[in-house]
Design a protein around this ligand. Structure first.
Ligand code: PMP
Length: 288
């Protein structure tokens, strides 16, 4: 496997980052997870836009133009002979001293890994997930804006551990006010009386690229969609529920906190959205 690392393509064994890199010491950096479908980098421009917004929020200067970054992503796929896969694009603060100060890190590092991924076993796409709400709350925007896709994922990891302890593969995370924010690595949608509802970024949701694609799909299928405050009660009493994410794509949820959602089976709206999504991943984006 060839890894892009600061302008070079290096072997996996040589793709190394310093122990003084603040990405490692403090989780000081940002990333994107991107999918490649039959030679199409799905919504690459949108991923790069989010990366640049994350960089601005943490005052990190990405040492490449957006066009050069797009080319580096595509070239990493080409060099690895990939047509389908998962791309991890990371920008770290770079090497500094042992203090926090980012201004003592003169050169951010950029690396790109293109590999394969399978997040959920395929049977869950037909039978649906059973998930739980966990005690760990999603960080508030006044602490660390959840819109920033930072290398600091401990908040989500604690929630993921709690999910596993409860025997679930994903978890609903609430915000400080007790409203549904998102999952540990996915956004959440419900279908209620013909409408699609999802928490807004202000409620603590990452502006997921898959989530935004669902907005476009809803418009195309004339399904009313609203960003809405949601409680656990709303999820328990929804007609359908599904999660979205680059790794997960669109996956139905059929049980939350021991309560069956709807009739306990993946619903028709989820199936329509998933089918439309699977079409779009082949055409929306950038050919490598
Ligand atoms: N929320 C969180 C916390 C995430 O890490 C992710 C990405 N895995 C998502 C939502 C989904 O975003 P996207 O559709 O851009 O992958």
């Amino acid at each position: 496997m060839k890894i892009y690392l600061d302008g070079q393509f290096v072997d996996e064994a040589d793709a190394k980052i310093s122990v003084f890199d603040h990405g490692l010491l403090y989780g000081d950096g940002i990333f994107e997870g991107i999918r490649l479908y039959q030679g199409n980098v799905f919504r690459l421009d949108e991923h790069l836009e989010r990366l640049w917004c994350s960089a601005k929020a943490i005052m990190l200067t990405i040492p490449l133009s957006r066009a050069a970054m797009a080319e580096a992503v595509c070239e990493t796929c080409r060099r690895n002979g990939l047509r389908d896969g998962y791309i991890r694009l990371v920008v770290t603060r770079g090497v500094g001293d042992l203090g926090l100060s980012p201004w003592l890190c003169p050169k951010p590092s950029v690396f790109i890994i293109a590999d394969t991924i399978a997040l959920y076993p395929p049977e869950y796409y037909t039978s649906g997930l059973s998930i739980v709400t966990v005690p760990t709350r999603r960080l508030g925007a006044a602490a660390l804006p959840p819109m920033v896709k930072s290398l600091n994922y401990l908040n989500n990891i604690l929630a993921k551990i709690e999910a596993r302890q409860a025997g679930a593969l994903e978890a609903i995370m609430l915000n400080d006010a007790g409203f549904v924010a998102e999952c540990t690595g996915d956004n959440v949608f419900i279908v209620y009386k013909g409408r699609l509802l999802t928490p807004s970024a202000q409620q603590g949701a990452l502006r997921g690229i898959t989530r935004e694609s669902i907005f476009a799909i809803a418009r195309a299928l004339s399904l009313p969609l609203e960003e809405h405050e949601l409680t656990r009660y709303d999820l328990w009493n929804a007609d359908e529920c599904f999660l979205t994410g680059t790794g997960a794509e669109v996956i139905p949820v059929v049980k939350l906190d021991g309560r069956e959602i709807g009739d306990g089976k993946p619903g028709p709206v989820t199936s329509r959205v998933l089918a439309e999504f699977r079409q779009r991943v082949l055409t929306e984006g950038t050919r490598i």
